[in-house]
Design a binder for this molecule. Structure first.
Ligand SMILES: [Zn+2]
Length: 137
């Protein structure tokens, strides 16, 4: 009998815990600085713009623009082999930050750079929900 190998999990710490708590509640959030109103992702112990430590995770639209994408045919982690091929995307959020995620629910031949995308949430288990993106509409 073969033992299943778990996928790597995000390391949840005091900086990013708000993001993962919100994701579990199906809310997409970015870190916002109370001092200068900068919004950024990923989270940082201090604001990358003004170095304030006074920050919080705020829910945003989860909408963005597809800036780039790639179709992965090789499993860099053995635990992802069953998912091949899968799509990885670069999203420019409406609120400004960029992030890398998975693009789901679409075939490669239907993908257009610049398409509107929005966040969807994939529950892994009771502790972890992963935000991913789909083409809007
Ligand atoms: Zn700031």
């Amino acid at each position: 009998m073969q033992t299943a190998i778990a996928k790597p999990r995000p390391k949840i710490d005091n900086v990013n815990r708000g993001f993962w708590d919100n994701a579990r509640a199906q809310k997409f959030s970015v870190q916002k600085c109370a001092a200068c109103a900068d919004v950024h992702f990923p989270g940082s112990p201090v604001c990358p713009r003004c170095l304030s430590e006074n920050q919080s995770w705020v829910e945003i639209s989860g909408r963005g623009t597809l800036l780039s994408w790639a179709r992965f045919h090789r499993a860099y982690w053995v635990s992802f082999r069953a998912d091949l091929p899968y799509l990885v995307c670069l999203v420019g959020l409406e609120e400004g930050p960029l992030l890398v995620s998975n693009l789901v629910g679409v075939e490669s031949e239907d993908i257009i750079i610049g398409a509107d995308v929005d966040a969807v949430f994939e529950k892994v288990d009771d502790e972890l929900t992963l935000p991913k993106f789909r083409i809007s509409g």
